[in-house]
Design a protein around this ligand. Structure first.
Ligand SMILES: Cc1cc2nc3c(=O)[nH]c(=O)nc-3n(C[C@H](O)[C@H](O)[C@H](O)COP(=O)(O)OP(=O)(O)OC[C@H]3O[C@@H](n4cnc5c(N)ncnc54)[C@H](O)[C@@H]3O)c2cc1C
Length: 403
């Protein structure tokens, strides 16, 4: 067992959330340790879709415009259009005014951990945090190393040990369970997908497998997706866990058949939880804050979480910096930033999601399809981050302001 010198900040978990928080605080001159239980490159079950709000974040915060992201090998595929279905009925097939991108998480996450290291952060891999003492503000790893810090950041994903160590008053476990999603995903090597895809399904994918497909009603209170990568086609299905608990594997098999991939029904998809609106409104307690999936921050409609991991980490880093440099109250500052910058959007997106799924439950597919066609441009803008989900007001600064 070793005792490590004191840090200003210890970040637990080196996904997009942890690396972003660590990097920004390292750049601000704080003494930071980032503890990641695995070693890079490591994969994460994920569709890897980056909306425009994500790429704009990377440009604004890390000075990585699209050209630089390409040069660094962080953009694997570009989606210039999309197709939207309810069940087997095609609602829309359109070009996108601005593309979405697909990344490979093993490369993406290793890159941002590297960036944190270049900002002076002590990045420890193979360092699994097994115990957290909030009163002493220390964490202990499975090797017995103990790290003490003025602030702890829990960025350890949806299963977060840091979250589970917080007092019950912080996490409304009922609300967490109500809105927790579960997903199954399978990456099919592109060559096999191209060769073995058949036209037997009721949804015909484009012949060159280049168009992202979203299929609502592929499961209850969720959707299915087919995301193109350069070397693979990622097929997934995800929805609220409480609605799909037993039937998701069956629905996944049906989904494979629906999109013409019946040749792959014997392959085992990977299952993983995903936040779908179960964000914790005040994810902070004394000297500890939670960011990203650890606090349930992801799109309630689509489960897009990479942007929210980066963005909550940016807001948290700002609050931590103010706490360390001018003794601003940590939990209060972070919670205020979330309430001002993120939570109103997530609430409005949850209302839209509940409306869509309410229509599906009531079998109002025809009016819902008409609604989706009429609002598609505005909803796409909101997902891309240039429009608010609140009455679809145009707002180019929506996801860039901190205060
Ligand atoms: C099937 C599926 C598809 C998805 N598709 C998309 C998509 O297309 N686009 C999108 O934007 N989002 C998508 N998401 C969501 C996205 O993957 C997450 O929201 C995102 O990874 C959250 O980042 P994070 O840094 O908070 O957590 P994570 O990426 O989960 O990182 C947490 C890190 O903490 C480490 N860790 C955990 N416990 C400990 C510990 N005790 N000690 C030390 N380290 C620890 C883990 O090893 C991991 O590296 C998808 C999710 C799923 C499940």
């Amino acid at each position: 067992m070793g005792s490590r010198p004191d840090y200003d900040v210890v970040v637990v978990g080196g996904g997009p959330a942890g690396s972003t928080a660590a990097c920004l605080l390292g750049e601000a001159g704080h003494r930071v340790a980032l503890l990641e239980k695995r070693t890079y490159p490591r994969d994460k079950v994920c569709g890897g879709c980056l909306s425009q709000k994500s790429v704009r974040f990377l440009d604004r915060v890390f000075h990585l415009p699209v050209g630089a992201l390409r040069r660094e090998g962080l953009l694997d595929f570009t989606g210039t259009g999309y197709a939207l279905y309810i069940g087997s009925s095609r609602i829309l097939a359109e070009d996108l005014a601005e593309p979405v991108y697909f990344t490979r998480r093993e490369r993406y996450d290793a890159y941002f951990a590297g960036m944190a290291a270049r900002a002076g952060v002590e990045v420890q891999t193979g360092a699994e945090v097994t115990a957290i003492d909030h009163a002493r503000r220390t964490v202990t790893t499975s090797d017995g190393d103990r790290y003490a810090a003025r602030v702890l950041i829990g960025a350890d994903g949806v299963h977060s040990r840091v979250r589970r160590s917080l007092p019950e008053s912080i996490v409304d476990t009922e609300r967490w369970r109500e809105n927790l999603g579960w997903a199954l995903e399978l990456a099919i090597p592109r060559k096999e997908a191209e060769t073995l895809m058949n036209g037997d399904g009721s949804i015909r994918l484009d012949a060159d497998l280049a168009t992202p497909h979203l299929v609502f009603a592929a499961c209850r209170r969720g959707y299915g997706w087919v995301f193109p990568n350069r070397e693979a086609i990622v097929v997934g299905i995800g929805g609220l866990l409480r609605m799909n608990e037993k039937c998701l594997p069956e629905r996944f098999e049906e989904f494979l058949k629906t999109v013409g991939f019946s040749a792959f029904t014997d392959r085992k998809p990977v299952g993983f939880p995903l936040p779908l609106g179960n964000y914790i409104p005040s994810p902070a307690h004394e000297g500890t804050v939670l960011v990203g999936d650890a606090a349930g921050f992801a799109s309630p409609l689509l489960g897009e979480g990479i942007f929210y991991a980066h963005r909550t980490a940016e807001l948290a880093a700002h609050a931590v910096d103010r706490h360390l440099t001018s003794a601003a109250q940590l939990a209060g500052t972070y919670t205020a930033l979330l309430r001002r910058r993120l939570i109103p959007e997530l609430r409005a997106e949850t209302a839209l999601r509940n409306f869509l799924y309410g229509c599906l439950d009531a079998r109002m597919q025809v009016p819902l399809a008409a609604f989706m066609r009429a609002t598609s441009n505005r909803v796409v803008d909101a997902v891309q981050g240039s429009r608010s989900f609140r009455v679809f007001r145009r707002d180019d600064g929506l996801h860039s302001a901190v205060w």
